[in-house]
Design a binder for this molecule. Structure first.
Ligand code: F6P
Length: 745
């Protein structure tokens, strides 16, 4: 619409300029013609009068001359006349003539001096007048002068009228033209183009299109419509071929898992059943930016993993609406189609109060369960009031899910993470026909560590409402089975990895989560773009060193950021050669900053960076650059492509997808990955350099080894890790989970 208004405005400006130019010209011509006409009429009148005044001028008395003068009063547009003797004195004058005019002798004097007629347009008291004088003479000499005065105001009036008429005409024309342009642009051009674009988009995204109905019928669009229809047809055919190929590949385990293959596979195994994903964190957060609304994808491993599945399979994702503009963009059922730029599935937002968020999210989930499951030496805090909110919010989500699946036969419910330990049981109790899976994205501790939780039995019982319980590693599955064995009355089968409680069987299985990496590199760029990115990043942060190290994390005490900085310090101390040669860039996304421990941690990180930078800085070099803000995936990938070494040194981590992302970014085969032995990813990417994050000397040695590693070795390692991730990417991960969920029934 903005473009249309701008186009209309431009047209109006052009028309106005044309009309104004045309009017100036018209006024000029009209003015000249009116003046000539007045001058002509005045000359004629003067000649006539002259003939009756001149004979015996000298013998005529003032009274007889005055009589002649009076005869010509009150004529239309005629202001009056005056007769002068050759000394310049008035001897007869019309009473109607303004005094200042009659006193003006210059024009009459001029006529007498030159002995020829003389006239001019003058302004008296804001009135335009035409003064015309002719000499009065006998045979020998000039005896006096006759001056005629004409009102010329009507010329200005006429010109003003022309302006007024033209401007009114301009206004009416502009109005009509704006309406016509608006109609033409909006309905005849803009809307059809939007329809064509939508149609291409729908075909591209594999949705059914009623193309012919929505295509414009106008003749001049026909060539475009024909071409677009052909493109659409080709796209549809290509999609059908791809989907057929994907279907044929389903059983061939060696072919890569792609979004297409997953889609076909899911069609095959679900046979039309609907999928519902439930998580606390939503995949798109809408926020206010002045009076605009924008959105961003949060820094979350869970979102990174689940989003591509939803994009491939559709369905509904139910999550907490946490953005300050979230409510503004949903429909009356609190739903919004996402991704916002190319909708593929439904995001259903659930609203919780600040009090609920404080107790359920910040409190029990992140001050209780998070430190309980991550052995990172931050003590969990368990408060009764937090537990109360946790139960309440789980109940709220259960109600929402039950509402959404009310009329759905055998729905598939896939719950994410530790925020919803009670949800599986709550749903199962009302809908035993639903297949419920829960994936625990964080580690599961050993039974002793878990036993300090006052509500451990309720949590375990809630989780056991699921048909399938997934962890990243076998080790976490074992810990869970041990914990249930210790805490609950149940039947545990170590052969089948199943727990039977109250007649219901829950299977416990490892599914190492991954990323959407199937072929090529992720967010691939060509060499020119890569070089440009490098120049931009180096310039932006004033990095001149040969080597760059990278860390990408949420600002969380489990990620081992402080220990990593210690290792950088140790590295520079032990190998001073690398001073001024190595820069470590730490991307740190602010996280859970309402929790005091997180605030303290953020401060500790900043202080540590300052301390180490102060210790080593040389001129404009400093060893650590801390980028404390949210970065988009595209931005992070440009750092991945640049780094010589990436450090994923969590103190404890379920999986850690940063490690997999780094590998997926390096289609050049360069770069070295260092991972913590306490992150799930170390079990999979065995070709990375595996370290104990608490051992600063060991990590420092690993940094040195990385920077000095021959490129052939870097490529060998990268290739192997690349293959591992591609063969078990996120599409395979979800295919395996969903297949397991449905095959138990
Ligand atoms: O990856 C583990 C995880 O807990 C996710 O479940 C979560 O989305 C992510 O960390 C980020 O945490 P938060 O959602 O609290 O910002």
């Amino acid at each position: 619409m903005k473009q249309i208004v701008a186009a209309v405005f431009l047209i109006l400006v052009i028309i106005s300029l044309i009309v104004v130019a045309f009017t100036i010209r018209q006024v000029d011509v009209e003015q000249k013609s009116l003046k000539i006409d007045l001058q002509y009429r005045t000359t004629l009148l003067a000649e006539t009068l002259k003939e009756s005044i001149e004979p015996n001028f000298l013998s005529k008395t003032g009274t007889s001359l005055q009589k002649i003068v009076d005869k010509f009063e009150n004529k239309e547009r005629f202001a009056g006349l005056a007769i002068y003797n050759n000394k310049g004195n008035i001897i007869a004058v019309s009473s109607s003539l303004p005094k200042d005019v009659s006193k003006t002798q210059t024009i009459a004097a001029h006529a007498m001096d030159e002995d020829k007629a003389n006239g001019d347009f003058v302004k008296y008291q804001d009135k335009r007048m035409y003064l015309f004088a002719v000499p009065l003479r006998d045979k020998e000499s000039v005896l006096g002068a006759l001056m005629l005065v004409q009102n010329a105001d009507y010329i200005d009036d006429k010109l003003i009228e022309i302006w007024r008429n033209n401007l009114v005409r301009l206004f009416v024309q502009a109005l009509l033209l704006s309406i016509a342009t608006l109609i033409i642009m909006r309905w005849i051009i803009f809307q059809p183009i939007v329809n064509i674009v939508d149609s291409i988009k729908m075909t591209r995204t594999g949705r059914i299109d009623d193309t012919p109905k929505r295509f414009p019928k106008y003749l001049f669009f026909q060539p475009l419509v024909n071409e677009v229809a052909k493109i659409n047809r080709s796209l549809l055919e290509a999609r059908l071929v791809a989907s057929e190929e994907a279907r044929l590949r389903l059983e061939k385990t060696d072919s890569p898992w792609t979004a297409e293959r997953l889609k076909e596979y899911i069609k095959e195994i679900l046979k039309g059943r609907s999928i519902y994903v439930i998580s606390n964190r939503e995949p798109y957060i809408h926020t206010k930016d002045g009076n605009k609304v924008k959105y961003f994808v949060p820094a979350s491993g869970m979102v990174t993993a689940i989003e591509p599945i939803m994009e491939a399979c559709g369905g509904m994702w139910i999550a907490h609406g946490s953005g300050d503009a979230d409510k503004l963009v949903v429909d009356t059922n609190d739903r919004i189609q996402v991704p916002p730029d190319e909708p593929k599935y439904t995001l259903r937002r659930v609203w919780i109060t600040p009090e609920e968020e404080k107790g359920y999210y910040y409190g029990f989930s992140n001050e209780g369960l998070w430190p309980l499951c991550h052995i990172a030496h931050t003590r969990p805090v368990f408060r009764k009031e937090d537990w109360y909110e946790y139960e309440k919010v789980n109940g709220k989500f259960a109600k929402t899910v039950l509402g959404e699946i009310k009329n759905v036969h055998r729905p598939l419910i896939f719950i994410q993470d530790y925020h919803f330990a009670l949800l599986p049981r709550m749903i199962k109790a009302s809908r035993p026909d639903a297949d419920i899976g829960i994936f625990w994205h964080i580690p599961w501790p050993n039974p002793e560590a878990f036993s300090i939780c006052p509500w451990r039995k309720e949590i375990l019982d809630g989780i056991l409402g699921s048909d399938l319980i997934g962890f990243h590693t076998q080790y976490h599955c074992n810990n869970f089975m041990d914990t249930v064995g210790k805490e609950l009355e149940s039947l545990i089968s170590w052969e089948q990895f199943a727990i039977t409680k109250g007649g219901h069987v829950s299977y416990v299985k490892p599914f190492p989560i991954s990323i959407a990496f199937s072929n090529g590199s992720m967010y691939k760029v060509d060499e020119k773009t890569r070089k440009h990115e490098e120049t931009v990043i180096r310039k932006k942060h004033d990095i001149k060193t040969k080597y760059i190290g990278l860390g990408v994390d949420r600002l969380d005490y489990t990620k081992g950021i402080l220990e990593r900085f210690k290792a950088v310090e140790m590295f520079l101390e032990t190998y001073p050669f690398y001073k001024n040669q190595f820069t470590f860039v730490q991307i740190a996304a602010p996280s859970r900053s309402d929790i005091i421990r997180y605030q303290e941690f953020a401060k500790e990180v900043e202080e540590e960076v300052e301390r180490i930078n102060d210790k080593f800085k040389i001129k404009d070099w400093k060893p650590i650059i801390l980028l404390k803000r949210h970065h988009s995936h595209e931005e992070i990938y440009s750092y991945y492509r640049l780094a010589n070494v990436c450090l994923v040194t969590s103190l404890h981590d379920g999986m850690n997808l940063v490690a997999k992302e780094f590998v997926s970014a390096r289609d050049d085969g360069k770069g070295v990955l260092i991972v913590s032995q306490f992150a799930g990813v170390s079990r999979e990417l065995r070709d990375a350099i595996i370290v104990n994050p608490y051992n600063a000397e060991q990590v420092a040695e690993a940094i040195k080894k990385s920077l000095e590693m021959p490129q052939s070795e870097q490529k060998r390692q990268m290739k192997k890790m690349d293959q591992t991730i591609k063969s078990y990417n996120i599409y395979r991960w979800s295919a395996e989970i969903l297949k397991t969920m449905v095959s138990f029934v």
